[in-house]
Design a protein around this ligand. Structure first.
Ligand code: ADP
Ligand code: ASP
Ligand code: MG
Length: 425
């Protein structure tokens, strides 16, 4: 008899019918003799809709109020799932983040879990109930509701699994596992049977939406094995765990991220301490810079560019408005239509030539690389967003990741793919 945490994402609970299907699946797990705790996301696009409502009444909604509002999405889905289970004869009890004991720090909108109090969930299980936990939310030391960042229900699931010592943490979504790249963007993507925490962490951080990077970080730290699988089939998915693979590929996967923008400060005087002034001003406004590029100086002046999340752009612009005249720079340009493509693989450490091959592939296909950054297990390139899908597909083929079969499940139209590639915005 196993103790299982089963997390269902927005698509899996998008309608009453789907919620009933999830309830059936949970009931079947119990019938097999397992004890189950469910974690749910908000229904469908609810979180986006709530965010839209907040933006409709305020251009700068305070983070505390936003968290209060966003948390209501999961309140609806957790209650509906508990009702559906109850109607099926499975006694269930829903818990908010607070009731489930998810204690976080006070960083609203991207809070970190500091403690998991497992008592209520364990009591409910002991009483024969099926606990249904609202994902994505917690409570801080002041008793205020916090949220864990977009996609944060994955992190709730891993934290609950660790907190109650579950045997398995199953994350159900609309794909049947982790692929070498987003299979809706490159239908030749191949499903991985397992992936290491480090590779998964890099893929998630580089924009692979399939698992929240915080969830992978938490799982790695506490040794929780994640099973990413489909909410709509029984097929085995992908295990995210530490065990090394027999044969390590050079590149494990490719991620793309269209949520960043590129900002260029033009004609910055080439003098000691000037770059420090620019980046200190940006840091003071908590702008999360990713890549930084300084061009060679011409006539005593140079251009400095950096990328940052689009959501940080207003703060970056505020900071630069003050600093640009102070340092005697000329102007600020913003390029919003950029995409970051990242090749990830622990095998890259011992394989020289990855960058050369990637640059060659894009160059031979007339795709211009705007910026580059590397880590021992990741190579990221910023390109024009319009070329993102083509670049992912070309690199996927060049690095021998293509599968024989084509991913067929709900192939998207060109418009839908374009919209999906804009998802991070
Ligand atoms: P949920 O709403 O259940 O949390 P998400 O939308 O967050 O599900 O994650 C699933 C989506 O992640 C898939 O629809 C797929 O398009 C996307 N995705 C991105 N990269 C990958 C990848 N490498 N493998 C599988 N899916 C991926
Ligand atoms: N509902 C939240 C979101 O859309 C959390 C989640 O789905 O994991 O980001
Ligand atoms: Mg998700």
């Amino acid at each position: 008899m196993a103790l299982i945490v089963a997390k269902f994402g927005g698509t899996s609970v998008a309608s009453p019918e789907r919620i009933k299907n999830v309830a059936k699946r949970l009931a079947a797990m119990r019938e097999q003799g397992d004890r189950v705790v469910a974690v749910v996301s908000a229904m469908g696009k609810t979180t986006d809709e709530l965010m839209g409502l907040a933006n409709a009444v305020s251009s700068n909604p305070p983070a505390r109020e936003l968290d209060r509002l966003l948390s209501t999405g999961e309140h609806v889905s957790m209650t509906l799932l508990a009702l559906a289970l109850d109607a099926m004869g499975v006694p269930a009890i829903s818990f908010t983040g607070r009731q489930a004991g998810i204690e976080t720090n006070g960083t609203h909108n991207k809070a970190r879990i500091v403690k998991v109090h497992n008592e209520r969930i364990l009591e409910a299980l002991a009483a024969g109930l099926l606990p249904v936990v609202a994902g994505f939310q917690g409570i801080d030391a002041n008793g205020d509701i916090t949220t864990l960042g977009r996609g944060g229900s994955d992190t709730t699931a891993v934290a609950v699994a660790w907190g109650i010592g579950a045997d398995a943490c199953e994350i159900y979504s609309d794909v049947d596992g982790v692929y070498t790249t987003d299979p809706r963007v490159a239908p030749r993507a191949r499903k991985l049977s397992q992936i290491s925490y480090d590779d998964m962490l890099e893929l998630s951080s580089a924009g692979s939406g399939v698992l929240q990077s915080r969830a992978v970080e938490f799982a790695k730290k506490w040794g929780v094995v994640i099973h990413s699988r489909s909410a709509f089939s029984d097929a085995l998915g992908t295990y995210i765990k530490e065990e090394p693979q027999m044969e390590e590929a050079v590149i494990t996967g490719i991620a793309h991220d269209t949520s960043e923008v590129k900002v260029t400060v033009r004609h910055v005087p080439d003098a000691v301490g000037v770059a420090a002034k620019v980046f200190t001003a940006l840091a003071a406004r908590a702008v999360n810079m990713d890549m930084i590029i300084q061009n060679t100086s011409l006539d005593g002046a140079t251009d400095i560019s950096f990328t940052c999340p689009a959501s940080d752009l207003p703060r970056a612009q505020e900071a630069l408005e003050t600093i640009v005249p102070q340092i005697g720079a000329e102007s600020v340009d913003v390029e919003e239509d950029v995409a970051k493509i990242s090749l990830v693989g622990t095998g890259m450490k011992s394989s020289p030539g990855v960058s050369a091959k990637a640059f060659d592939t894009l160059g031979a296909n007339n795709i211009n690389i705007i910026a580059i950054s590397t880590s021992p297990i990741r190579l990221s390139m910023v390109i024009d967003a319009a070329e993102a899908q083509r670049a992912v597909q070309l690199l996927h083929t060049a690095f021998d990741l293509d599968s024989e079969s084509v991913f067929e499940e709900t192939q998207l139209s060109a418009e839908e793919i374009a919209a999906k590639m804009q998802k991070g915005r």
